[in-house]
Design a protein around this ligand. Sequence first.
Ligand SMILES: C[S@@+](CC[C@H](N)C(=O)[O-])C[C@H]1O[C@@H](n2cnc3c(N)ncnc32)[C@H](O)[C@@H]1O
Length: 251
Amino acid sequence: MSEMEIRRAVKERYSKIAVTAGSPDCGEAGCCGSHPISLGGSVPAEALAADAGCGSPLAMVAPREGSVVLDLGSGGGVDVFRASAMVGPDGRVLGVDATPEMVWRARETRARYGDRYANAEFRLGEIEHLPIGSESVDYVISNCVLNLVPDKLAAFREAFRVLKEGGTFAVADVTLHDVIPDAARRDMDSWSACIAGALLDVEYEEKLRAAGFEDVEIEHVSDSNIGEYPFRYHSSHIRARKPSSGHPRAR
Ligand SMILES: C[S@@+](CC[C@H](N)C(=O)[O-])C[C@H]1O[C@@H](n2cnc3c(N)ncnc32)[C@H](O)[C@@H]1O
């Protein structure tokens, strides 16, 4: 199973969701679960229909008015639209996603609401090569995406690069309770459904620290079993901080 095969399987699944979400054709194409914490707020129905998150990054941080938020793997835009109201007209929210159909869907939704989400923008790109300037972002958020990325250290290094000194990383993601067998790891459906690419908590923390982050905290929001396998995974909330010195303590 190569990185290329993983990326293709992930894009196939999420382009299908982007095109069919909200229609009877969606079936069970989705998703990684549903938000265990509902934040309410004014999120467009078109974005909610494509919601494929597994937690609520914006339950972990409340971005200040005027701040800049970056959502990694923004999908249909549910957390971007939510953050848009929080940062207000002087702030900015950027969503980056690698699946063109997701970016098109999110941009269409934004356009449908006129100026209401004028501070939100969606860019096509990979998390491992972010189309975002260095030290330009106050908060990096993400919802059920990093487990899908084959090179997680590259993703964490990019998140570190774009954050300003003292910036916050607040991510909802799947983490594994048990080491899963190779057969389960190689199951492409399971990868694109957010399970097979997930890390153990200890691996997650190790990679975040290797990228330079500090104050890493992982909280389990809910537990589930992996299909027919006798293994468990968590829907987790993960927080970390870029040191104020700005110098990564990378190992
Ligand atoms: C499970 S969905 C979550 C979408 C959104 N965060 C939400 O909560 O609804 C995963 C999203 O991550 C995107 N994605 C996966 N791997 C990516 C990568 N390497 N770079 C950028 N986006 C990626 C997919 O295209 C998809 O839209």
